[in-house]
Design a protein around this ligand. Structure first.
Ligand code: T5A
Length: 209
């Protein structure tokens, strides 16, 4: 496959959407064909599933098994309809969250057996593994501070407590440790400094000549 697939991961408010859009703009200015997408979501079906999953009024409706299957259903549609075709035609795909989110949110924090998570992820992925995963790392207290500053109500998952997000953050740190796919960046630096670090790392990995 000739495209480049980059995912952005981290706890709520870590700055991944901000950085994804900045990287997309920089790549486009440099003449690259870029697709920006997200999970859950990214397709018509996926966005409908996203609305169901994140609806803040549905906090006690989901069984843990139903939740993971909905994330994977959104992913399977996303891979087949959008990501694989874009990769086959040589595009750069930047995705806000992907299968690592399922490993930490459903696997670590909801305590679903890791083999089950891996099996479901592999089924949805169809071997579509990111080339790079960017992880802006912030503390849970900084995450809560940023969420509190935002307008609007909290989505279903943002309503979880501090211990839930500590598990998520520790899950990401464990996943990223020693994994060359990950690029961990200090998410408390300024937006511009983080962007510069990501840009440099992206160029080093993919624009070698
Ligand atoms: N989920 C998802 C699962 O449980 N399983 C799965 O398999 C998948 C795929 C999706 C939810 O679904 C869960 C995880 C999530 O709970 P989402 O749309 O990804 O939700 O939502 P969030 O992670 O909540 O995304 P946010 O938009 O809230 O956070 P971002 O994208 O990390 O942060 P961003 O860029 O929007 O910035 C947040 C705020 O911080 C400021 C920004 O201006 C903004 O106000 N900010 C900074 N402030 C100071 N310094 C910086 N460096 C800053 N960078 C950004």
């Amino acid at each position: 496959m000739s495209g480049i697939f980059v995912t952005f991961e981290g706890i709520e408010g870590c700055g991944k959407s901000t950085q994804l859009n900045m990287l997309a703009n920089w790549l486009r200015v440099n003449g690259k064909d870029v697709i920006v997408t997200r999970e859950p979501g990214g397709t018509d079906l996926g966005e409908k599933i996203r609305n169901l999953l994140l609806d803040g009024s549905k906090s006690d409706v989901f069984s843990v098994r139903a939740e993971i299957l909905l994330f994977e259903a959104s992913r399977a549609q996303h891979v087949d309809e959008k990501i694989l075709p874009a990769m086959k035609s040589g595009k750069i795909v930047l995705c806000d969250r992907f299968f690592d989110s399922t490993i930490v949110y459903q696997g670590v924090a909801r305590a679903i057996d890791p083999h089950t998570v891996q099996f479901l992820n592999e089924f949805a992925l169809s071997e579509c593994i990111p080339n790079m995963t960017i992880f802006p790392n912030i503390s849970v207290s900084e995450s809560f501070r940023r969420i509190a500053l935002e307008d609007g109500s909290r989505d279903r998952i943002e309503q979880e407590d501090e211990s839930f997000f500590e598990k998520i953050r520790n899950g990401y740190l464990k996943l990223a440790k020693g994994n060359t796919r990950f690029f961990t960046v200090d998410g408390t630096d300024s937006v511009e400094i983080i962007h510069e670090k990501i840009r440099n790392e992206f160029a080093k990995r993919f624009f070698k000549n």
